[in-house]
Design a protein around this ligand. Structure first.
Ligand code: ZN
Length: 220
């Protein structure tokens, strides 16, 4: 479902959303559904390269938006709110002419925390206040340290989310297969039972009226 004009107007009216959060270009046409920020086309490319778990980029006008994604865009409070959060929690220079690159702003513990806060606001659960373990340390290099367990858990979570999306994408396609298989099994056992009855019948009657029994089994 495309974002309604009314939703677009409301979201664009949030503080800072009239300009790209990263370079300050006017009238940004792209947005991150995970970070709840507006950005220009050029900067959206860099957001994409961070991966959808960090920044899920959508076109405001052309892409479809779920009600939950639109709710997230509202819950974030706009570009200025994101900037203030990252500066406050992560000490990140989020000014347009600042030194921090796009990955240095969002692919960070503060960026992750902001996502979790938005999610909590949308779901009506308590907002987390503590920064997650550093995502920079979650590489496989020293997977035995205690710190890395946290990172691994997060990775798992991300992959589970990915799988959920895939399931959504394919709808309920796995189920009909299951049903088919079950039907085949039921049909198969039914035929076997009838076949057995027919055989028993045949042997008992010793060829008196075998034709009806046989036709019963073949009909199924
Ligand atoms: Zn930009």
């Amino acid at each position: 479902m495309n974002m309604k004009a009314q939703d677009q107007l409301e979201l664009r009216a949030l503080p800072g959303n009239d300009r790209c959060i990263d370079c300050g270009r006017r009238s940004p046409q792209w947005a991150s559904a995970t970070l709840s920020v507006f950005m220009c086309l050029e900067c959206s490319g860099q957001h994409r390269s961070l991966g959808t778990h960090v920044s899920f980029v959508r076109s405001v006008k052309m892409d479809s938006w779920s009600p939950k994604q639109i709710a997230s865009m509202r819950a974030g409070g706009g570009n200025d709110a994101c900037r203030a959060f990252l500066a406050d929690k992560g000490g990140i220079d989020t000014s347009v002419l600042g030194s921090a690159s796009i990955p240095e702003k969002y692919d960070t513990p503060a960026g992750q925390l902001f996502q979790q806060v938005i999610k909590a606001r949308v779901e009506g659960t308590p907002e987390p206040t503590e920064l997650p373990e550093s995502s920079a340390g979650s590489d496989d290099s020293d997977g035995e340290s205690a710190d890395d367990d946290g990172g691994g858990g997060k990775k798992k979570l991300a992959s589970i989310r990915g799988e959920a999306k895939v399931m959504e994408g394919f709808g309920s396609s796995p189920h009909p297969k299951h049903k088919k298989r079950r039907w085949r099994r039921i049909l198969g056992s039914g035929v076997a039972v009838i076949g057995a009855i027919a055989t028993v019948g045949l042997s008992r009657r010793k060829g008196k009226k075998p034709v009806s029994r046989v036709s019963l089994s073949t009909r199924v």
